[in-house]
Design a protein around this ligand. Structure first.
Ligand code: OGA
Ligand code: NI
Length: 375
């Protein structure tokens, strides 16, 4: 490395911690070294270079019509839901009842937040995982050896009256819009969880004990944790060299993801990466590690990642839901018996935090650390 290059790489190091929006706004033409993945980890959008790991076709994810779940077709939709969770770990949710207005306002206000001045946005920059509001860049700014092309703002949402006063006061409508969005996605999550629990066969026709198990988990969920993660991926001058988010699974029960019209989310299916085509106003819903544990491995959390592009910025909002932070997640006793032994160790949020604060969060490391058998 020439002395000149060494100096410029060093200078970028400090710059990188300010996030990718700031780098791009400063007129950057090349991706700094800090973001360049080793060749085997690059997204390989060029088919000739890597025809094995990236699929040519987009994947048509199962589509679940939420309004159908509330009508006479519920049994059929529950079967489709089970098939989607078992076969893909992902589905698109349409006709979910959250209005276009609430959705458009949320994407809009998040876009305006990331357009605020650098000073205003970064008032919320902290390494404290328990902070009510956390602004940052990459996946884990302190542990990632290679940074990814993403800035984020995370908001804790439950209980809302406790956290809302800590949320950013600007743009002026930020708190109002994000609070409405948080409440409506929470309600939708609870209705979906009820269907998911039923789809696992945990509640069969009015058998007292099983109904109790269903009621218990749903009751606990009402008071469960909710984290809104808003992501901003600016245009990237060399998108083949880096990723917006590395391959990972989500920690909670379900994630409800809202993406704008720019594609970028990819999921792993049969060992290939497929792009998830955005559907206007739909949620991309995915199984998280906690649901994999609760279902004793019947439903699997699936690896996903984000690719970036040179033409457009992209905004997304992920709503992550789980039990309260101090609850224990364990396989449902209804899904454990002699032929189906317990496949995961009980876990809680503290164990998860301890895990992510000591290792580079990648792939399904945390879940793998909870497995009791190697199958
Ligand atoms: C996430 C996530 C995907 C996206 O926030 O966990 O996977 O498209 N986001 O931003
Ligand atoms: Ni994710």
């Amino acid at each position: 490395m020439s002395p000149v290059m060494a100096v410029s790489a060093h200078n970028h190091k400090g710059e990188c911690h300010k996030g990718v929006k700031q780098l791009v706004d400063s007129g950057l033409q090349r991706v700094p070294k800090k973001y360049i993945l080793s060749p085997s980890e690059r997204p390989a959008t060029n088919m000739e270079e890597d025809p094995i790991n990236v699929a040519k076709q987009n994947l048509q994810l199962p589509i679940i019509d939420f309004s159908d779940l509330l009508g006479p077709n519920r049994p059929q939709v529950l079967q489709n839901l089970a098939a989607a969770c078992e076969g893909y770990g992902f589905f698109q949710l349409v006709n979910h009842g959250i209005s276009d207005d609430v959705i458009r306002s949320m994407i809009g206000v998040v876009g305006r937040f990331f357009n605020l001045s650098f000073e205003e946005r970064t008032r919320y920059m902290t390494e404290d995982m328990r902070a009510a509001v956390r602004y940052g860049t990459s996946f884990s700014q302190t542990k990632d050896s290679v940074f990814c092309w993403r800035d984020f703002l995370k908001l804790l949402c439950h209980p809302l009256p406790e956290f809302l006063p800590h949320w950013p006061p600007s743009p002026v409508d930020f708190r109002k819009v994000a609070a409405t969005y948080a409440q409506e996605t929470k309600h939708l999550f609870l209705m979906l969880m009820e269907a998911i629990v039923e789809s696992l066969g945990i509640m069969e026709a009015n058998e007292g004990e099983e109904t109790l198990e269903k009621d218990n988990i749903l009751k606990e969920m009402e008071d469960g944790s909710q984290v809104l993660v808003t992501n901003f991926y600016p245009p990237c001058p060399e998108p083949d060299l880096t990723l917006g988010m590395p391959p990972h699974s989500d920690y909670g029960f379900l994630t409800l993801l809202l993406q704008d019209e720019v594609e970028g989310l990819q999921i792993q299916f049969q060992e290939k990466w497929f792009t998830v085509q955005p559907i206007n106003n739909a949620f991309v819903v995915n199984v998280g590690d906690h649901l994999e544990i609760y279902s004793n491995g019947k439903y699997k959390s699936v690896l996903h990642r984000v690719v970036v592009n040179s033409a457009n910025s992209r905004t997304s909002v992920a709503s992550l839901h789980s039990l309260p932070f101090n609850s224990t997640v364990r396989p449902s006793p209804k899904l454990v018996d002699e032929t189906n032994p317990k496949r995961y160790a009980d876990t809680d949020f503290e164990t998860f935090l301890a895990h992510i604060s000591t290792t580079e969060t990648k792939r399904k490391d945390f879940l793998n650390s909870r497995k009791l058998t190697s199958t």
